[in-house]
Design a protein around this ligand. Structure first.
Ligand SMILES: *Cc1c(COP(=O)(O)O)cnc(C)c1O
Length: 390
C-alpha cells in the first residue's frame, strides 16, 4: 500500500463488545458500507438493520431521535438541521394540493410564512384564527375539511396558552391531524394529550448553549415513516456533530429548564409590581388570564417572560441597551438571558383585527431568562427600567 492510498484507508479500530465508551462516539461519516451488494440491497429494501447514507440515517442522529421520542412520549422522531426545517418539511410532506390548514395569528412568524406563502404556492389553503377563538376553531373544523391544525403553547412572545384538549378533541372528530410546535414547553410537557405530531427547535432548550441548531419531528412510527422519505429527499439533514452537541445538551436539559423556570417566576414577580410595567405575561403567575389552564396542561411555565412597557420603541430601545446581563438577540432558552425590544417584535403583515389579537403593542418586550443569579437579573432590570425613562 502506497502512502497516498494509505491515507485514504486508515486502520480500523474496533472497540470490543464488552468495552463500551460511556459517551457514544460521533459517527462523523457520510457513508456506511456492507460487505457485499446483496446485504446492501437487503438494507435498501428494509430487510435488515444498518446504515448506508447519512442524509437518510446515521447512528449518532438515531440515538438522539430515540431519546427525544421517548421524552415526548411518542414512538419515533426525525431530525432536521434547524427548527424551521422541521416545520417546513413536515408541513410540505403532510399536505397536498387542495388541502386546508388551520393556523394561528400567535404562531411563530416563519411558521405563518410557511403556511401563508410556501404552502399557498402549492394550492394549500389556510384559515388564520386567534388561538383564543375556541368557537371559531370549532366552526372551521366542523365546516371546512381540514388536513392539519398547526399550533403552539405557550405562544411567542406573549405566552398565550392553547387549550390543547379542546383542539385535539375537535380535530380528531373532524379527522384532522394536530401539529404542536412544543419548543417553548419542552419535551417533558404535553405528551399526554392526543397530539399527532410534535415539532421542536433543538436550537433552544435542547442544545441549551446557543452554539448549535437543529429541529425534531416527533410522532407515531407510521407517521414518521411516511414523512422520513419525503424529508430526507428534501435534504435538511442534521450534521452528526450537531446531533452530538444536542445530545450532550440534553444531559442537563431538566436542570436548566427547571432553574430557568424558577428564575423566570422570580423575575416576573418583580416585574409585575414595577410601576413602568403596564402588563406582564408569564403563565406561572396567577394574574395570567390562563394560569389555571397552563397549570393543568404543563408541569412548569417556561423561561419566556414578556411585558408591556409603559412607553414605546424609544423607551424599549433604551431599556434593552441599558441591560447588562440580557443581550439583544433572537432566540430563547439559552443559558444566558436575552431581550427583544418592541421594535424587533413587529407583528408583521397583520390586519388590524389580527394585530389586536396578537396583543403585541409598541411597548411589548420579550425576555428569555437564563441561568444567571435571579437577584442579579432583578437588579439589572431595575436599573435598566430606570434608565429607560431618564
Ligand atoms: C425558534 C423557533 C423555531 C425555529 O427554530 P430554528 O431552530 O431557529 O430554525 C420554531 N418554532 C418555535 C416556536 C421557535 O421558537
Amino acid at each position: 500500500m502506497k502512502d497516498n492510498t494509505r491515507v485514504n484507508h486508515p486502520p480500523a479500530v474496533a472497540v470490543p463488545a464488552d468495552n463500551r465508551p460511556l459517551v457514544a462516539p460521533i459517527f462523523q461519516s457520510v457513508k456506511f458500507s456492507f460487505d457485499d451488494a446483496a446485504e446492501t440491497q437487503r438494507y435498501l429494501h428494509g430487510e435488515r438493520e444498518g446504515f448506508f447514507y447519512s442524509r437518510t440515517a446515521n447512528p449518532t442522529l438515531r440515538q438522539l431521535e430515540l431519546s427525544l421520542a421517548q421524552l415526548q412520549g411518542r414512538e419515533d422522531c426525525l431530525l432536521t438541521g434547524s427548527g424551521v426545517a422541521s416545520v417546513a418539511a413536515s408541513l410540505l410532506s403532510l399536505c397536498k394540493q387542495g388541502d386546508h390548514v388551520l393556523a394561528f395569528v400567535e404562531s411563530y412568524a416563519p411558521t405563518r410564512y410557511i403556511v401563508q406563502h410556501l404552502l399557498a404556492k402549492f394550492g394549500v389553503t389556510h384559515t388564520l384564527l386567534s388561538i383564543e377563538d375556541l368557537a371559531g376553531i370549532e366552526r372551521v373544523l366542523r365546516e371546512t375539511p381540514t388536513r392539519l391544525v398547526v399550533f403552539e403553547s405557550p405562544t411567542n412572545p406573549v405566552t398565550k396558552i392553547a387549550d390543547i384538549e379542546h383542539l385535539t378533541v375537535h380535530a380528531r372528530r373532524a379527522g384532522c391531524l394536530t401539529v404542536l410546535d412544543n419548543t417553548f414547553a419542552g419535551f417533558h410537557n404535553h405528551g399526554a394529550y392526543d397530539v399527532d405530531i410534535f415539532l421542536h427547535s433543538l436550537t433552544k432548550y435542547a442544545s441549551g448553549h446557543g452554539d448549535v441548531m437543529g429541529g425534531a419531528i416527533i410522532a407515531s412510527r407510521p407517521l414518521i415513516a411516511q414523512m422520513r422519505k419525503d424529508v430526507s429527499t428534501m435534504g435538511p439533514t442534521l450534521d452528526p456533530h450537531a446531533a452530538f452537541l444536542i445530545q450532550r445538551g440534553m444531559r442537563t436539559y431538566f436542570l436548566r429548564y427547571e432553574r430557568q423556570c424558577a428564575n423566570a417566576l422570580v423575575v416576573s414577580r418583580f416585574l409585575s409590581t414595577h410601576p413602568r410595567v403596564k402588563r406582564l405575561f408569564y403563565p406561572g403567575l396567577d394574574t395570567h388570564p390562563q394560569h389555571l389552564l397552563a397549570k393543568r396542561q404543563a408541569r412548569d411555565f417556561g423561561a419566556v417572560v414578556s411585558f408591556e412597557l409603559d412607553g414605546g420603541h424609544e423607551e424599549g430601545g433604551r431599556f434593552a441597551a441599558a441591560l447588562q446581563f440580557f443581550s439583544i438577540a433572537a432566540s430563547v432558552g439559552s443559558t444566558e438571558s436575552l431581550v427583544m425590544p418592541p421594535q424587533l417584535l413587529g407583528p408583521g403583515e397583520f390586519t388590524a383585527e389580527q394585530r389586536a389579537a396578537s396583543l403585541i403593542t409598541r411597548g411589548t418586550v420579550r425576555l428569555s431568562i437564563g441561568l444567571e443569579d435571579a437577584e442579579d437579573l432583578i437588579e439589572d432590570l431595575k436599573q435598566a427600567l430606570g434608565r429607560a425613562f431618564d
